[in-house]
Design a protein around this ligand. Structure first.
Ligand code: CA
Length: 222
């Protein structure tokens, strides 16, 4: 088995060293970068299996790093943003820029390691739908809840399928719209909320599987 390769981009030396040490101990090959420029250069040199990306960086900031990385051919590895508390708008921007997950500082090391492990294990896996009483039949475009067929609109079906295929991942409203309707579909955030509300109602006691992430968007529970 080859070691997963992780790029850390973090300008604060003590955090960078802590991450480098802990991830190294956990068995990953780590490249620690102190700036966005260095992170991009390292990714160009050879694509990692995952990137831990601080958003607040001097020079090229984390959002720009994310944008440039996603523009690289084949760069589909998970990007976990590391952000300061209270920067929900940055989180939203980062997710829309192609980041996959985020961790808020100050973080707990075991939680961070678990998130890294999870993100790496999700890599390359196909669509998985949790079977906790909800069965999504993609071919028939039907959802069964505890054996009963649900009457969902096409948007509700696609949204449920999208969220449930990525349990634990947070999506912004515009990412949901993009996944369901494609690019440049004119829909307000409010109408996404209304649709989710209706979907939750139809899911009954399972409705709480769709969690609201305040200031960011929605996710399907793990
Ligand atoms: Ca920083």
């Amino acid at each position: 088995m080859t070691m997963a390769n992780i790029i850390i981009v973090e300008d604060e030396a003590d955090i960078r060293e802590l991450l480098e040490l802990s991830l190294g101990k956990a068995g990953y090959a780590v490249r620690a970068c102190a700036s966005g420029e260095e992170g991009i250069a390292q990714a160009r040199l050879s694509l990692p299996d995952l990137m831990l990306l601080d958003l607040m960086l001097p020079g090229v900031n984390g959002l720009e790093v994310c944008r440039q990385i996603r523009a690289m051919p084949g760069a589909e590895f998970p990007v976990i943003m590391v952000t300061a508390r209270g920067s929900e708008s940055d989180i939203v921007a980062g997710l829309e820029m192609g980041a996959d997950d985020y961790i808020v500082k100050p973080f707990s090391l075991p939680v961070l390691l678990a998130r890294v492990k999870k993100a790496l294990s999700r890599q390359g896996r196909g669509i998985e739908v949790p079977t906790q009483g909800i069965v999504i039949d993609d071919r028939r475009h039907e959802v069964m809840l505890d054996g009963e067929k649900l009457e969902l609109t096409s948007s509700e079906f696609s949204t449920l399928k999208f969220l449930a295929s990525h349990p634990g991942w947070v999506y912004t409203r515009s990412q949901i719209v993009k996944a369901v309707h494609g690019e440049n579909y004119p829909v307000t955030d409010r109408s996404v909320d209304v649709m989710i509300l209706s979907l939750r109602r139809k899911l009954g006691s399972k409705g709480k599987s769709i969690e609201t992430v305040r200031g960011v968007g929605y996710r399907f529970e793990e």
